[in-house]
Design a protein around this ligand. Sequence first.
Ligand code: PGA
Length: 250
Amino acid sequence: MTVHSKLMVANWKMHGSLAANASLLADVLAGMADVLCRSAVCVPSVYLAQVQALLSGSSIGLGAQDVSAQASGAYTGEVSADMLRDFGVRYCIVGHSERRQNHAESDVLVATKAQRTLAAGITPIVCVGESLQERQAGQTEAVVKRQLAAVIHANGHCISEIVVAYEPVWAIGTGLTATPEQAQQVHAVLRAQLQAATAHADRVSILYGGSMNATNAVELLSQPDVDGGLIGGASLRAEDFLPMLKAASR
Ligand code: PGA
């Protein structure tokens, strides 16, 4: 359980266009009247300026999907944490499984990215999660603890300022969701690990991600240590995303 209200974060991944973003956010913003939870949208970097303008004056926070592990310099193609801050970015996903897999991001690299975002005043959303093979081998706890331990080790007393997202790799984009019990079990492990590292573990929101939708959100969000969601596919349509924001507002 966290002291904060629930946090629902959209991960647009590599979707969108200038026209589609404007239309999606117009629909979402029009339905925000009874939304009481915290929310954010993590958008492709090229759209940060557009979405910053569209969200100005709203309660939806702006987020990025990745950040460079370097502060600045000769790193062609990379975007630094300070650059993200320039555009009003408040959250940044680090260590998403698609980056760990497709870009061979290590636990240490992910921890460094978390450090860079915190130094820039941006909240890192640190993703952890096991593959299907790891779950079947009974390694779920060991994997997520190893991934989080690297971030705790690198960030010391700042650790209470991160957000954690538990995203079982086998549930991402597959339509398979962890059961509320499976999610709670892992979230409790992560909470205990944070408690051992900081007296302020109750400030850390632990999100669930992986095929979360308007139907399964209610039960997942009712688990004591599920403090919100990181939502991919179901965040791309206002008619899917808004009911989830409302489920998190109860
Ligand atoms: P999904 O993606 O909701 O489409 O499964 C979640 C994520 O990868 O963050």
